[in-house]
Design a protein around this ligand. Structure first.
Ligand code: NAD
Length: 454
């Protein structure tokens, strides 16, 4: 295969006769771009899904190459004074994957295990997601290697503000707009908006539009907090009839009961479904008569986890996964549904609330059992969609009511689901590949029209 430098640039996707697709497990792009060789590497796995779709569509090599690598990878180290007077050095990241469709957009993860390959994967997924759901953003992601549970509020405020100042030159309301993710909250977003506003006081309009997921009282949007869960449920409502399921007759289990998991559970329960098993980092619980998701959310806000919820029974990991349900919603971290978990799952559909929760071996196992997967780039796109609405409201100095937010969100989710359905029918492929196809169609068109500079 020729190198990137000598490859002849083409302006449009190749339309020649189909050629045999390279094996995705050993695609030439991996060696050309120096990917890690470990098949369990998250970035390699994530890009692999895109390459599967790209080969099916017979996309040009340059589009595959451009998308297989982020544009910018920013890493910062910064000192912060702890409450005891000592200083600690923290590591932060911002990866800007692609901005062909608009400013970079994506969350900030505050977690002790954050590292570069995860952030690259999540930034990549944002590019694909924004394209699929039709919002004018590219993909980015960032984070701080920190456990927020180990720090006082005052320490977290200093960590977040200092991180913001470290990346301030690399973000901006028209350039790169972060948002919350695992471990980060609307309070953190407020501190980021305030720090950025302070640093950019002399110039710039609407500096608070530098970040979304802010508190409603400070530039946030109604409906943003629940948006990802709402989008998961909107997708299910749209897709379940094809699987001969009625939402109000469904039993549901949820892995992860933070923002995405708890809102998905509350919203689906309000539509008549019954949540019967829940898990988080503290443990696994089950109640076949139903777990009231609203009550559980109140309990978790107080206690920090589901493990000791008194109105359900503690179960083992195996019992949790083997619980017979119609819908399983993974809403925790990446790569949690590996082959053993997939083998245990007893459900009709997996609705991916989390990013990249299913590994390729896990996916193959689910497929072999006839379990349908609603892929993350479709299912959890509600968050970035309402983040886009928040940004629009900041930019135009308007505020939308909740009815408008929910209606606009539903419109985006239904349209995206429709495009995935069409791609699936056309290419006769699984739902994940179809979602990537639908996303790549928009991105490819943009590159075709823009060309590749110079
Ligand atoms: P969160 O921090 O609010 O919640 C994370 C949940 O995962 C918690 O309940 C935690 O206990 C659980 N968890 C962590 N480690 C676990 C483990 N080992 N076993 C079981 N549970 C574990 O985060 P969130 O915002 O709800 O994000 C969850 C997922 O959804 C992530 O993949 C995130 O990237 C994705 N996502 C979030 C948004 C958003 O708007 N917040 C949008 C799109 C995608």
């Amino acid at each position: 295969m020729p190198t990137t430098a000598v490859r002849k640039a083409k302006e449009a996707p190749r339309k020649s006769a189909p050629k045999p697709a390279p094996s995705i497990d050993n695609h030439p792009i991996y060696s050309e771009l120096g990917f890690p060789t470990d098949p369990n590497n998250l970035y390699r796995q994530t890009v692999g899904y895109m390459l599967t779709a790209a080969e099916l569509m017979d996309l040009s090599d340059e589009i595959k190459l451009i998308l297989a690598q982020p544009k910018n990878e920013i890493m910062v180290h910064f000192p912060v004074k702890m409450d005891n007077g000592q200083f600690r050095i923290f590591k932060g990241y911002r990866v800007q994957h692609n901005n062909a469709l608009g400013p970079y957009k994506g969350g900030l993860r505050f977690h002790p295990d954050v590292h570069l390959d995860d952030v690259k994967s999540l930034a990549f997924l944002m590019t694909m997601k924004c394209s699929l759901v039709g919002v004018p953003f590219g993909g980015g992601k960032g984070g701080i290697k920190v456990n927020p549970r180990e720090h006082s509020s005052a320490e977290m405020q200093r960590i977040v503000r200092r991180f913001t100042s470290a990346i301030a030159h690399n973000i901006g309301p028209d350039y790169d707009i972060p948002a919350p993710d695992v471990g980060s909250t609307s309070q953190h977003m407020a501190w980021i908006a305030d720090t950025y506003t302070f640093l950019s006081e002399i110039g710039g309009h609407n500096p608070e539009a530098v970040i979304t997921g802010k508190p409603v009282e400070y530039g946030g949007s109604l409906g943003r907090e629940k948006a990802t869960g709402q989008g998961v449920v909107d997708t299910l409502v749209e897709m379940l009839p094809e699987l001969n399921l009625k939402i109000n007759q469904c039993k549901v289990s949820v892995l992860g009961f933070g923002n995405v998991g708890s809102w998905s559970a509350k919203i689906i329960q309000d539509l008549g479904a019954k949540v019967i098993a829940v898990a988080d980092h503290t443990g696994f619980i089950r109640n076949d008569r139903g777990i009231d998701a609203h009550d559980l959310a109140t309990y978790v806000a107080r206690s920090g986890g589901v493990a000791n919820y008194p109105k359900a029974t503690k179960v083992s990991k195996e019992e949790f996964y083997k619980t017979k349900v119609d819908i399983f919603i993974p809403a925790a971290l990446e790569q949690m549904i590996q082959e053993p978990e997939a083998k245990m799952l007893n459900c009709t559909v997996v609705a991916e609330g989390a990013n990249a929760p299913t590994t390729p071996p896990g996916e193959r196992m689910l497929q072999s059992k006839g379990i349908e997967i609603l892929p993350a780039i479709l299912c959890n796109a509600g968050g970035v969609t309402v983040s886009y609405f928040e940004w629009v409201q900041n930019k135009t100095c308007h505020s939308w009511d909740l009815t408008k937010v929910d209606a606009e969100l539903n419109k985006h989710m239904v349209q995206a689901a429709g495009r995935v359905r069409e791609a699936r029918k056309h290419y006769k492929c699984d739902m994940r590949t179809a979602a990537y196809v639908a996303s790549l169609q928009r991105l490819t068109k943009a590159y075709e029209l823009r060309g590749i500079f110079p």
